[in-house]
Design a binder for this molecule. Structure first.
Ligand code: DP6
Length: 324
C-alpha cells in the first residue's frame, strides 16, 4: 500500500475566455484562452489507498483549510474524473479522495479549475508509484487529462501565464509577472446556471457567430500588448473580452445573466477611476457576478486604494504579490 499523499493546485483567471466547447470532445474549446494563475487560491487533495470496492470522496478536514461542500452531482463528476484517470493508468486500487480549499467555497469563487487540477496531479503522483507510465510526468499529457475533467483546470498546471489551445495548455512567457489580485465578492450564493451549462447555451446566441474570430484576434492582440507591457491596451482588450462573453449570456436562448446591480456598480467605479487616473487594474469577470482585478507589482498603492474603496460596500479578497 502506498502512503497517503497531499497535493495542491491553484485556480486561474482567464483574460481571454474559454466559452463554448466542441460537443462530445471532452471539453475541447471552440477558441484558445489565456489565463493568469492565482497561486493564492488553492485546492488541497489528500489521496489514501483504501480496502474498498469503490473510490470515496469526503471533505478534507484540516485547520488551515475550508472543507468543500460538494453536491451529489459534483461528487459524481469528481469521482468520474478520478476513475477515468485510473483507467488511463491501468490502476485498480481504490482510494479515499479528500478535498478542501484554502478559501471559503461559499464566496462565489469558482473552484472547479483548482479542484480538477489538484485531483489530476494527485492521481498522477499516486499512480506513478503503482504503475509508472513514460508519459505520466509529461505536463502536456496531464493538462490534457485535467481538461477532460473540467476545461479551465488544464491551465492551472502552469503559471504565471497559461495558454490553452485545443488539447492542452502550456506556459506562456510574458514579462508581466507578480500581479496583485483582488476579487470584489458581489454575490456569494451558488450560481443558477453552471459554467458547463453556459458553454452550451452561448452557442444559441446570434452573437456566437464570429465569437471564435473575435476571441482569437483579442488573444493575438493581448499577447502582444503584454509582451510590450502596453498596460492600457491590455486593459481595454481584457475589458472588451469579458463584456463580449456576458453579452453572449444575455443574448442566448433563453437568455441568462450573472451581472447584478453590485457588479455594475463595481465596474462603473473601476471605469471612473481609470478615467480619473488614466491607469488602474486589468478588470475581468467569469461566469459569475464577482469582479476580479489584477494590478502590476508597482501599483501597490492603487491596489490598496481600490481595496479600501470597495471594502466599504462588499467583502473583498485581496492578495498582495511577492516579488519572484
Ligand atoms: C467562464 O472550466 O468551468 O470561467 O469545462 O464545463 O468544467 P467545464 O467548464 P469550466 O468553464 C470556465 C468558463 C469561464 C472562462 C474561463 O475560465 O476561461
Amino acid at each position: 500500500m502506498i502512503e497517503p499523499i497531499i497535493v495542491s493546485a491553484p485556480s486561474n483567471i482567464a483574460l481571454i475566455k474559454y466559452m463554448g466547447k466542441i460537443e462530445g470532445s471532452g471539453n475541447k474549446p471552440t477558441n484558445a484562452s489565456l489565463s493568469y494563475t492565482l497561486e493564492n487560491l488553492r485546492t488541497y487533495i489528500r489521496l489514501t489507498a483504501i480496502e474498498s470496492l469503490q473510490d470515496q470522496w469526503k471533505p478534507f478536514v484540516r485547520e488551515d483549510l475550508q472543507p468543500i461542500d460538494l453536491s451529489e452531482k459534483g461528487q459524481q463528476r469528481f469521482l468520474k474524473h478520478f476513475q477515468n484517470l485510473k483507467a488511463k493508468w491501468g490502476v485498480e486500487q481504490s482510494f479515499l479522495i479528500e478535498s478542501a480549499n484554502n478559501f471559503a467555497s461559499d464566496c462565489g469563487l469558482a473552484s472547479s479549475a483548482s479542484s480538477f487540477a489538484a485531483l489530476t496531479l494527485a492521481a498522477a503522483q499516486a499512480f506513478q508509484k503503482i504503475r509508472p507510465q513514460e508519459w505520466g510526468k509529461d505536463m502536456k499529457v496531464l493538462s490534457e487529462l485535467s481538461r477532460q475533467g473540467s476545461g479551465s483546470s488544464c491551465r492551472s498546471l502552469f503559471g504565471p501565464w497559461a495558454l490553452w489551445k485545443e488539447e492542452y495548455a502550456q506556459p506562456m512567457n510574458l514579462p508581466v509577472v507578480d500581479l496583485h489580485h483582488m476579487v470584489v465578492i458581489v454575490e456569494d450564493s451558488k450560481k443558477t446556471v453552471s459554467s458547463s451549462e453556459a458553454h452550451k447555451l452561448v452557442t444559441t446566441s446570434p452573437r456566437f457567430t464570429g465569437r471564435v474570430e473575435r476571441a482569437e484576434l483579442r488573444l493575438k492582440d493581448l499577447s502582444q500588448a503584454l509582451q510590450f507591457e502596453d498596460w492600457h491596451m491590455a486593459r481595454q482588450i481584457v475589458w472588451d473580452e469579458f463584456i463580449d462573453m456576458h453579452k453572449l449570456f444575455e443574448t442566448s436562448q433563453p437568455p441568462f445573466s450573472y451581472m447584478t446591480e453590485g457588479s455594475r456598480q463595481v465596474l462603473k467605479d473601476c471605469d471612473d477611476f481609470w478615467r480619473k487616473w488614466q491607469d488602474g487594474p486589468l478588470v475581468t469577470m467569469d461566469a459569475g457576478a464577482n469582479v476580479h482585478m489584477l494590478f502590476r507589482f508597482e501599483q501597490k498603492k492603487s491596489f490598496e486604494t481600490y481595496k479600501e474603496h470597495f471594502s466599504k460596500s462588499f467583502p473583498v479578497m485581496a492578495f498582495e504579490a511577492i516579488k519572484s
